[in-house]
Design a protein. Structure first.
Ligand SMILES: [Zn+2]
Length: 365
C-alpha cells in the first residue's frame, strides 16, 4: 500500500486535528508515494531505533513521541537530529508520529490502557473539543443512488450515535444544459436537460470531510458533481484527554496498584495515598498528567493514574486527600507499540514489528 493511503487510514481513525496546537504530528520524514510493507512501531525514535529499522529492513517507523518536535533550522551531520534525518532519508525509511491526537482519540492510548486493565464505561477526563459536524448534500441520478450511499457509509459519513450509514433521500428533478466542450454523462450539448435525481443528505465530521467528498466524487458518474456542504450547529462527539472509569466493584488502592504492576509488567510502582483507601472511580492520563489531580478529584475519582509526578504535586495531592499512582511516563506509554501494532495488523497487508530497543531512561535498582 502507498504510504499516502496508509496515512489516510490512520488519520481517519486518529485525526491529526485532535492534537494540541504545540504538538507536531503526522508524516515528519518521508515520501507519500512510497510503497510500504514493513513497519516498526516504537515509543520514540532515537539512534538505536533508527539503526534497528535499517537492520530489519522496514519502510516506515511509527512513533508516539514526535521525532521532530522543536524547530530545526538545518539538516546536516553536525548534530544528532540532522544525522538521524539523513540516515532515514538515505535508507528510504519514512517516519510518522501520532502524539496528543493519539492520547485524545477514541481507541487511542488512554482507552487502550483502560481496556487492558479491564475497566469499561469510560468517560473523558478533560474535554478539549467537540468535533465540528457538516451536512453533505449530493444530487445523484437514480442509477447511482445506492453506490453513492455505500461510498458515504463505508467512508464513515452518516454516523448518528451508534447508527451508521444514516442518510435522507429526496426525489426530484435536476436540470442542466451541457455547454460546448463538456462531456455529459447524460443529455445533449446545448440542450436543457431534465433528469430524475435523488438528493442524498448525510452528516460528516470535519476530520473526514475532505476524504468523504473526494471518494464521493470518484464514485459519482457526472463530469461536474453538484453537491453542497454546510456547517451544522449540532454538537459532534466530545473529545478530550484522559479517561475516568467507574468500577463494578470497589477495590483498595493497594489492589489497584498491584493490578497495574501485573498489567504493565512493572516490578515497583510509586504512589501517594492510603493503601487501604477504597477506589470506585479511577482517573487516568497516560504520560505526563500530574496537573489533572484536582480535576480528577472534582469529577469524583478517588485516584489518578499517571506519570511524571513531582514532589510538590504529590504533597498537594496528599493535602487534598487524593490518591495518585505514578507509573512513570515510560510505562504508561510504551503500550503504544501494542495498540498500534494491533491497529495496523487489522489491515492484513503489513508486517508490523514492535521495537525491541528499551527506551526508558530511568533504572530502578
Ligand atoms: Zn509521552
Amino acid at each position: 500500500m502507498k504510504l499516502r493511503n496508509l496515512i489516510d487510514k490512520i488519520e481517519s481513525k486518529y485525526p491529526t486535528n485532535l492534537a494540541y496546537s504545540w504538538d507536531n504530528v503526522g508524516l515528519l520524514v518521508g515520501e507519500y508515494e512510497k510503497e510500504v510493507k514493513k513497519i516498526l512501531v516504537a515509543l520514540e525514535a532515537n539512534e538505536k531505533v533508527v539503526d534497528e529499522a535499517i537492520q530489519k529492513g522496514v519502510d516506515l517507523i511509527i512513533t508516539h513521541h514526535p521525532f521532530i518536535f522543536s524547530k530545526i533550522n538545518r539538516v546536516n551531520s553536525g548534530d544528532l537530529k540532522g544525522r538521524l534525518i539523513l540516515k532515514l532519508i538515505k535508507n528510504d525509511i519514512s517516519l510518522y508520529s501520532m502524539h496528543t491526537n493519539f492520547d485524545i482519540a477514541k481507541d487511542g492510548l488512554n482507552d487502550y490502557f483502560m481496556e487492558i486493565m479491564g475497566f469499561e464505561n469510560c468517560e473523558i477526563l478533560e474535554e478539549t473539543t467537540s468535533e465540528k459536524l457538516y451536512k453533505l448534500a449530493v444530487y445523484v441520478p437514480n442509477t447511482h443512488v445506492q453506490i453513492i450511499r455505500d461510498v458515504l457509509g463505508t467512508n464513515n459519513a452518516g454516523f448518528i450515535g451508534n447508527y451508521s450509514h444514516c442518510t435522507f433521500n429526496t426525489v426530484g428533478i435536476g436540470t442542466f444544459k451541457p455547454e460546448e466542450g463538456t462531456n455529459p454523462y447524460t443529455g445533449t450539448i446545448g440542450k436543457i436537460e431534465e433528469t430524475h435525481e435523488v438528493k442524498v443528505e448525510t452528516v460528516v465530521p470535519k476530520s473526514i470531510l475532505n476524504k468523504v467528498i473526494k471518494e464521493m466524487i470518484k464514485a459519482h458518474p457526472y463530469e461536474e458533481v453538484a453537491y453542497d456542504v454546510y456547517e451544522l450547529q449540532n454538537e459532534g462527539e466530545k473529545q478530550g484527554l484522559g479517561r475516568i472509569a467507574t468500577l463494578d466493584n470497589e477495590i483498595t488502592l493497594e489492589e489497584l496498584a498491584n493490578k497495574i504492576k501485573d498489567t504493565l509488567d512493572m516490578d515497583k510502582i510509586r504512589l501517594v495515598g492510603d493503601l487501604k483507601s477504597k477506589i470506585k472511580k479511577v482517573a487516568l492520563c497516560t504520560g505526563a498528567g500530574s496537573d489533572l489531580v484536582k480535576l480528577s478529584k472534582r469529577k469524583g475519582a478517588q485516584v489518578l493514574i499517571t506519570g511524571d509526578m513531582k514532589y510538590h504535586e504529590a504533597q498537594d495531592a496528599l493535602d487534598m486527600n487524593m490518591n495518585v499512582i505514578d507509573c512513570g511516563h515510560f510505562d504508561t506509554e510504551d503500550i503504544f507499540k501494542d495498540v498500534m501494532k494491533r491497529f495496523i495488523d487489522g489491515f492484513e497487508e503489513f508486517e508490523t514489528i514492535k521495537s525491541e530497543v528499551y527506551l526508558n531512561p530511568f533504572k530502578i535498582i
